[in-house]
Design a protein around this ligand. Structure first.
Ligand code: AHR
Length: 496
């Protein structure tokens, strides 16, 4: 396969030959990325399976079994040392300690490359990577090119899911100080045809779909599951946006021409960002699978060769992300043997010592844990009973509909809250109401990961249910007892 995270990742900088993708792939045996696990805060490096091959996902799966794992370093494969790490605060602070952005969950974006499992970088809002001291990247009005393979269905309208060249001080230093691929459906600056999402260029103080600061109808809505995105610029007041389906067909040119007014000459600074805006705006979401930046202006033919190489990698969605469906219910000992299938009932019993009679229960929109037993009031039993649905936001995962309030689902909201809300049919609701159960971190039942914030798991704390992260800063994010508090025994029918 190719460069980048899946196969190796990132940044060819300062090379005159553009996208020497296959040649790197054949040569590269170095580290691809580093993961840090929650159980003991140790790290390990993920390398290719073989020289030039894809990332060894099995190493990650073994190291991260029954705990959380974050992508802590994305290594540069160009030899320039332009690695990406946790983005520091800038114009905006991130949500992690000292104003840093969050690191991505290592398991948020599983796919296959040529039939073999690998992981991408799932950027939830608040997540960001950066290198403010990159070497060899384009500066000023110098030419550069970049491409990325992204999930065309994972986006939002917030600022800014970017990959590319940005300010070295993490602040907005003015028009022309950035040149990045942007992907999403923001209409705060420019936009393309249809309702989005679009590939645009983030040139600072604006997302551009062409030379017009607002609508350029040649830039189409593009939402294939896997997309190839290209942005490139050269010194003679020229730049271009290209894109296509990363699984079939060729790249199209969505814009090629002069810069928007006020963007010639460019004033690029040469930092590298992933998942955030130049000033550390960090409310966007998206998924990055691979990418590279070059110095020099790639020809269309070079990018077409990159696209051919991407097609040969055969990007595909992976298997179900829910062990709950693939292995059946890890129920209480006793009479329960009913398999977990879509449409069946389920309940969630806490496994933390002292809480093993408590079930996830709703009271109106509030969700907490309450003791439920066979002698409980039938109303309470119903409040603790859920119907398994195909994930509203991603069919590799699940959603849980209330049995006494049809049409309402367990939902993550306000970053770290868990509530029962009526389905309003929006993309945001669907994503918020999607969860991916994994084998329980304490060896019992299941740990239930939020699909769109995959560092967060359904947890009880002081009898209230949260979407908690063991690296978060809230009291309910406390790492002590996290693994027990996020592990739930599941039964195939209402309690009792
Ligand atoms: O250009 C769009 C955004 O505007 C940039 O990413 C950010 O630095 C600024 O807020």
């Amino acid at each position: 396969a190719c460069i980048t995270l899946l196969a190796p990742a990132l940044v060819v900088k300062g090379l005159q030959c553009l996208y020497p993708r296959r040649r790197w792939a054949l040569a590269y045996t170095g580290p691809l990325y580093q993961v840090k696990r929650g159980s003991d805060s140790t790290t390990t490096t993920i390398a290719p399976i073989a020289a030039g091959g894809i990332a060894n996902a099995a190493t990650q799966d073994t190291f991260c079994a029954k705990t959380t794992c974050l992508i802590s370093i994305i290594y540069d494969q160009s030899g320039r040392g332009n690695h990406l790490t946790q983005a520091p605060p800038g114009g905006f602070k991130g949500p992690a300690a000292d104003g840093y952005d969050n690191l991505a969950s290592a398991i948020g974006a599983p796919i296959t490359i040529n039939g073999q499992k690998v992981y991408g970088v799932f950027v939830a809002p608040g997540t960001g990577y950066r290198n403010n001291a990159a070497s060899g990247t384009a500066k000023g009005d110098a030419a550069e090119g970049m491409y990325a393979v992204l999930d065309g269905t994972h986006y939002n309208g917030k600022c800014c899911f970017d990959y590319g060249n940005a300010e070295t001080n993490s602040r907005d230093t003015g028009a022309g100080h950035m040149e990045c691929i942007y992907f999403g459906d923001s209409t705060s600056w420019g936009k393309g045809a249809g309702s989005g999402p679009w590939i645009m260029g983030d040139l600072e103080d604006g997302l551009f779909s062409g030379s017009n600061a607002k609508l350029n109808s040649g830039d189409p809505t593009i939402n294939y599951r896997f997309i190839t995105a290209v942005v490139k610029g050269e010194s003679s007041n020229q730049w271009a946006i290209r894109g296509g389906n990363a699984v079939s067909g060729s790249l199209s040119t969505f814009y090629s021409g002069v810069r928007p007014n006020g963007y010639n000459p460019m004033k690029k600074e040469g930092a590298i960002i992933l998942g955030i805006g130049g000033d550390n705006s960090r409310n966007a979401q998206g998924t990055f699978y691979e990418g590279a930046m070059t110095s020099g202006f790639p020809t269309d033919a070079t990018e077409d060769a990159v696209q051919a190489n991407i097609l040969a990698a055969k990007y595909a969605v992976g298997a179900s992300q829910s062990t709950l469906l693939t292995t059946g219910l890890a129920g209480d000992s006793g009479s329960i043997s009913r398999r977990a299938t879509i449409g069946n009932s389920i309940s969630f019993r806490a496994t933390s010592a002292g809480y093993t009679t408590q079930y996830i229960t709703h009271n109106g929109s509030a969700i907490n844990i309450q003791a439920v037993s066979s002698s409980s009031n039938p109303i309470l039993k119903q409040q603790a009973s859920w119907t398994i649905r195909t994930g509203l936001g991603n069919d590799a995962c699940l959603s849980f509909e209330s049995q006494d309030t049809a049409g309402s689902y367990i939902r993550r909201s306000n970053m770290d809250h868990i509530e029962l809300n009526a389905n309003d049919g929006t993309k945001e609701f669907n994503e918020d109401a999607t969860f991916c159960p994994e084998d329980g971190f304490n060896g019992q039942g299941y740990s239930i990961r939020s699909w769109n914030h995959p560092t967060r798991y359904i947890r009880h704390y002081n009898n209230v249910v949260y979407a908690a992260s063991n690296v978060g800063l809230q009291t309910f994010d406390d790492a002590i007892s996290f693994h027990d508090d996020v592990s739930w025994r599941c039964r195939g029918y209402e309690p009792g």
